[in-house]
Write a protein that binds this ligand. Structure first.
Ligand code: NAD
Length: 273
């Protein structure tokens, strides 16, 4: 017989607790806002720095959430490459909130250099943040979900660059790291399915954030390069960070309880082209 559960309830994150890494700006911040608006208490973790202007705006937005929405945002600092620290961060969240339901392992960096000259230190740093950092984040949350018997959702931010390559991009370490994230998620999904924990990835295409701005700004004509890169997908434009909210919310919610080991591409069709 048809389910009696309303679609609204299916997508609600009321009484859920989430962690979003790289959550102080860009894609992570938008996803955190989406989770909070759906009712979750969201811990936004990022490298230690004083809260910037966008974070202050976020705080005032969160304070204006309509009642009875229980959603709120909490500011946490930490480095995803520190395995012990990530364990402690999640332990503190669980001590305070009693649970963790959603883990968005989103923090990532990019470094541009040609393959034949890629500096060892930069290669290692990209792998540390984008691969080890995602693993350590997912481990910390997954262990607590398992201990508490919570049917949690772990979501990792991969990239279309984990699936396709652009020869002019000179970001081989980044591409390799994102392929590793796709495979990490599939491996973890299979291991954690019997424990009721789901693991999926989102692969964004070109999204206009500080990360992409930092690359564009190194070029002589950033505006024309942006246009050129945007034209590389069938929709002919860059994506906005808020366009990632829906995929993340779906994967986090009870709307996706039979979905694990999957990759959702949010790339304007670039991987399909
Ligand atoms: P962004 O640079 O705007 O934000 C990334 C955040 O991660 C920053 O706030 C940064 O401080 C944080 N971070 C970096 N290293 C960290 C560490 N060691 N510990 C904790 N936090 C750390 O980038 P974004 O565009 O919002 O990217 C978010 C994710 O999406 C990344 O994984 C990125 O690779 C991925 N992605 C982005 C695009 C794009 O076009 N912007 C495309 C595909 C995938």
């Amino acid at each position: 017989s048809p389910s009696q559960r309303s679609t609204g309830a299916l997508f609600s994150l009321a009484n859920r607790v989430a962690l979003v890494t790289g959550g102080h700006r860009g894609i992570g911040l938008e996803i955190a806002l989406g989770f909070a608006e759906a009712g979750a208490v969201v811990y936004c973790l990022d490298l230690p720095s004083s809260p910037d202007e966008s974070w202050r705006m976020v705080q005032s937005w969160a304070a204006s959430l309509p009642e009875p929405n229980s959603g709120r945002l909490e500011y946490v600092s930490g480095d995803v490459t520190d395995q012990k620290a990530m364990w402690e961060v999640v332990e503190k969240i669980v001590e305070k909130e009693g649970r963790i339901d959603v883990c968005m392992a989103n923090a990532g960096i990019v470094h541009v250099a040609e393959c034949l000259e890629y500096p060892a230190e930069d290669f290692k740093r990209v792998m540390d943040v984008n691969v080890s950092g995602v693993l350590f984040t997912a481990q910390a949350a997954g262990q607590q979900m398992e201990r508490l018997g919570i049917p949690g959702s772990i979501i990792m931010t991969a990239s279309m660059s984990g699936t396709i390559t652009n020869p002019n991009q000179h970001s081989s370490a980044y591409n390799i790291s994102k392929s590793a994230v796709l495979q990490l998620a599939r491996s973890m999904a299979c291991e954690l399915a019997p424990k009721g924990i789901r693991v999926n990835t989102i692969s964004p295409g070109y999204i206009y954030t500080d990360m992409t701005r930092s690359i564009l700004d190194t070029q002589p004509q950033p505006a024309s390069l942006k246009e050129k890169l945007g034209a590389q997908n069938p929709m002919g434009r860059f994506g906005r960070p808020d366009e990632l909210r829906g995929a993340a919310l779906w994967l986090a919610s009870d709307g996706a309880t039979f979905c694990t080991g999957s990759d959702i591409k949010v790339d304007g069709g670039q991987c399909a082209w």
